[in-house]
Design a protein around this ligand. Structure first.
Ligand code: UD1
Ligand code: CA
Length: 466
């Protein structure tokens, strides 16, 4: 059976009080509509139509080629919204899922279960329902004495008896595509809100003798529709718990899930340990047997097997296998660390490749550099890569030794096995195995300290006589 989807995302989202269009608000780092589309994709839908209206350009720009679009110029209700997809998929035969772009928690296993029941039973519509502690504002599921779904009544159209029902319409459905678009023709806006309700299709199909089913999820959080920032934070908390649980079941140790924030698309290998205060964002990939945190933030980073990152911030940086980073390192975009590298405390690295076995243990800045293997970059040594206009490259070849507090003024190359003595300011390249000294030669003046102290004391006594 061909599977399709219609995702409603035309509403304005006024209650978000935001410049950002509602369905683009992120939950665990990914826009809500992105979550919904990924879940739909996982159920094997061949065509997905997103109904756009408010903020259409921004929504389409985010989703791109992953969907087709239908514009709903004025928002006349959920039924009207789905109808906009008719020109695109109205002629298809198959199953159509309808979901909202602002219900990010719908799980693919639930959607799969809903579709399977619907297709096995050959239903005209199957509604995903949930039982809510507080059903206010939601459409109520009206069942007959046999327990069959008869119709859905919106809160504003409910009798007091209906309003007391706690089983609600999640707003997620499976339809027989042809029957959906035929029934939509019969929907009228004769209700309290003057809208074309998609929910009226259920009563219409049932009235014409079609099979109408309900599929109840026992996880009511899946139905959370985000209308304001409170619901957004609630969705975030549920999503975070779900993501953390998934990683733990895959063999990742999370010492304190409550203080561990993992983005929806992050990948983590087994036997990795995440310490409290770990934040993993974007497309970050962490290998196996790594130790991350405490207090580390990695965005779009790659950390290979057995590496360790403590109290550090990484952005678009790559860390090789068994390399250690931190505490208090800042790895900026373009950082590529090889295997068994050591980057220690108060080190900043930007746009630099550092070869296997090299060490930058303390208090260094390495920017726009190519550093070979087994290089020692002494305490406080830095690259001076910027002259106010240009960024120049520093190259340090294998086995070179850069003494403490050296300044390497780019562009400059230090050859293989060369030695730069501590405190040097290097402005010219150093050839292989040469030694470079670029500092004033030391002079010692015997007993001069006493003389200087006496002079200083005399000056003080003169300015403040006792
Ligand atoms: C809808 C359901 C209700 C269900 C609830 C679950 C109807 C009539 N009611 O109510 O039974 O319990 O969802 O959350 O369907 N949208 C458009 N175009 C429109 C109208 C809405 O794109 O013209 C989008 C909105 O942006 C939103 C979604 O559809 O994402 C739901 O619309 P909303 O008006 O909030 O429906 P509810 O009143 O919540
Ligand atoms: Ca220094």
């Amino acid at each position: 059976m061909k599977r399709m989807a219609v995702v409603l995302a035309a509403g304005q989202g006024k209650r978000m009080k935001s410049k950002l269009y509602k369905v683009l608000h992120p939950v665990c780092g990914k826009p809500m509509v992105g979550h919904v589309l990924d879940t739909i994709k996982a159920t094997g839908c061949e065509r997905t139509v997103v109904i756009v209206g408010h903020g259409a350009e921004k929504v389409m720009a985010y989703i791109g080629q992953d969907a087709e679009y239908a514009l709903q110029e004025t928002q006349l209700g959920t039924g009207h919204a789905v109808q906009q997809a008719k020109a695109l998929i109205g002629g298809e035969q198959g199953t159509t899922v309808v979901a909202y772009g602002d219900t990010p928690l719908i799980a693919s296993a639930t959607l799969q279960g809903l579709m399977e029941l619907h297709e096995e039973r050959g239903a005209a519509v199957t509604v995903l329902t949930a039982v809510m502690e507080d059903p206010s504002g939601l459409g109520r599921i009206i069942r007959n004495a046999e327990g069959e779904l008869v119709k859905i009544v919106e809160q504003k159209d409910c009798t007091p008896d209906e309003a007391a029902i706690r089983e609600i319409n999640t707003g997620i459905y499976c339809f027989d595509n042809a029957k959906l678009f035929a029934a939509l023709e019969e929907v009228t806006p004769n209700n309290m809100q003057g809208e074309y309700y998609l929910t009226d299709v259920i009563g219409i199909l049932r009235g014409q003798g079609d099979l109408v089913l309900a599929y109840q999820t026992d996880d009511a959080s899946e139905a959370i529709g985000v209308n304001d920032r409170l619901a957004l934070s609630e969705a975030e908390a549920y999503m975070r718990a779900r993501i953390n649980k998934g990683h733990m079941l895959n063999g990742v140790t999370i010492i304190d899930p409550a203080s561990t924030y993992i983005g929806a698309d992050v990948v983590i290998g087994a036997d990795t340990v995440l310490h409290p205060g770990t934040i993993l964002k974007g497309k970050t990939v962490i290998g196996e047997d790594c130790v991350i945190g405490p207090a580390s933030e990695i965005e779009d980073g790659v950390v290979m097997d057995g590496a360790c990152v403590k109290q550090s911030i990484l952005s678009q940086a790559q860390v090789g296998a068994r390399t250690t980073v931190g505490p208090f390192a800042y790895l900026r975009p373009g950082t590529v660390l090889g295997e068994e590298v050591k980057v220690g405390d108060f080190v900043e690295i930007k746009n630099a490749v550092i070869g296997d076995g090299s060490k930058v243990p303390h208090l260094s800045y390495v920017g726009d550099a190519k550093i070979g293997k087994n290089v020692n970059f002494g305490c406080g040594a830095i690259t001076a890569n910027y002259d106010g206009y240009n960024k120049d490259i520093t190259t340090i070849e294998d086995n070179a030794f850069i003494g403490s507090n050296a300044n390497l003024i780019a562009p400059v190359t230090v050859g293989k096995g060369a030695y730069v003595v501590a405190g040097s300011t290097i402005t010219r390249s150093v050839a292989e195995n040469d030694l470079a000294v670029a500092r004033v030669r030391q002079e010692n003046k015997p007993g001069y300290a006493e003389k200087i102290r006496a002079r200083a004391k005399a000056k003080k006594d003169q300015s403040s006589p006792s």
